[in-house]
Design a protein around this ligand. Structure first.
Ligand SMILES: Nc1ncnc2c1ncn2[C@@H]1O[C@H](COP(=O)(O)OP(=O)(O)OP(=O)(O)O)[C@@H](O)[C@H]1O
Ligand SMILES: [Mg+2]
Length: 294
């Protein structure tokens, strides 16, 4: 049987608690200033966003976001409900295209290529930039089929044996293989919530993505399943760039190297996670992480 993960054994990326934040600093930027502060630029960007706006009809949900996302890093996106985290995340693999009222402007470059440019195949883009949602959503098919589906439609395997190999490798990477290897033909929907979420991660990995977007991937999970996913995210960043939206500041501190704080559609601050949680530059960031609103 798989050993139970002790949540306290999660590799702590940063251990600073929010209560350590220095109060009443005179160097923080005023609440009224809404232009982004911090380090929006990185040395080795996988994704570069420039002046990104998202509108639903006339109403802007994201305004003028400029942000670079580094290779092999986890960036956490935090901020109060309705501030536009999911809307921004969906820009990165053009999932907003599926919402009729939604319009995205600005430039998003992935490895220098404009993802909104002419000739971009959104099916291929969404394989390269995979997505894992808040609620695990396996297909109503077997565990094997859930993982094999993507590689098959993208022609990544010629034979059943090759598909089997991709399925096994993806399930191993998602930390699920040992729990399901004897029941690959059973429905994915029959797994526990945490297992289903790891199955969805295996499904995303199976098509060789570059980037994985996760929108509150642990919010429907118990602490043990959450710990497993967090451990997995830390391992996966060695191979992928990962963007995680989370309402848990402890989770952001544990799993990410950089954090972006959104507020009412503006990217207020971005920087190294440790800096954001110990010495935020903006008053609104400080107010949010110290629980003054949210
Ligand atoms: N499909 C939609 N149609 C119209 N407005 C939308 C749609 N999706 C989001 N919005 C609006 O855009 C704004 C940002 O929403 P979004 O879901 O991106 O926020 P969020 O930060 O992810 O919130 P939460 O933390 O609650 O998930 C909100 O005002 C929301 O009402
Ligand atoms: Mg959301």
């Amino acid at each position: 049987m798989d050993s139970i993960v002790n949540p306290t054994n999660i590799p702590a990326v940063h251990t600073t608690s929010i209560s350590d934040v220095v109060k009443d600093r005179s160097d923080v930027v005023s609440r009224e200033n809404r232009s982004t502060v911090g380090e929006t630029i990185v040395e080795d960007p996988r994704i570069s966003c420039l002046d990104v706006n998202v509108y639903y009809g006339e109403k802007p949900a994201i305004r003028q976001v400029g942000l670079e996302i580094a290779r092999n890093q986890v960036i956490a996106m935090i901020g109060p409900s309705g501030c536009g985290k999911s809307s921004f995340l969906r820009c990165l693999n053009r999932m907003n295209d599926t919402i009729p009222a939604c319009q995205v402007t600005g430039k998003i470059l992935m490895d220098g290529q404009d993802i909104n440019g002419k000739g971009i195949d959104t099916v291929l883009l969404r394989a390269e930039v995979g997505m894992v949602f808040q609620k695990p959503n396996p297909f109503p098919k077997s565990i094997w089929e859930n993982v094999a589906f993507g590689p098959r439609i993208h022609g990544l395997a010629q034979t059943k044996k090759e598909l089997d190999e991709i399925v096994e490798k993806s399930l191993i990477q998602a930390g699920l293989w040992d729990e399901v290897k004897d029941r690959l033909n059973q429905p994915g929907t029959g797994l526990s919530g945490g297992q289903q979420q790891r199955l969805c991660i295996a499904r995303a990995i199976a098509v060789n993505p570059e980037v994985i977007l996760m929108d509150e991937p642990c919010s429907a999970l118990d602490p043990i399943a959450t710990a497993k996913i967090e451990e997995l995210i830390d391992k996966l960043r060695l191979d992928y760039t990962i963007c995680v939206v989370t309402h848990s500041m402890q989770q952001a501190a544990r799993i990410s190297q950089r954090t972006a704080f959104f507020h009412l559609g503006d990217l207020i601050e971005v920087g190294e996670t440790k800096q954001i949680f110990t010495k935020p530059l903006h008053h609104l960031t400080e107010d949010y992480i110290t629980g003054r609103f949210g």
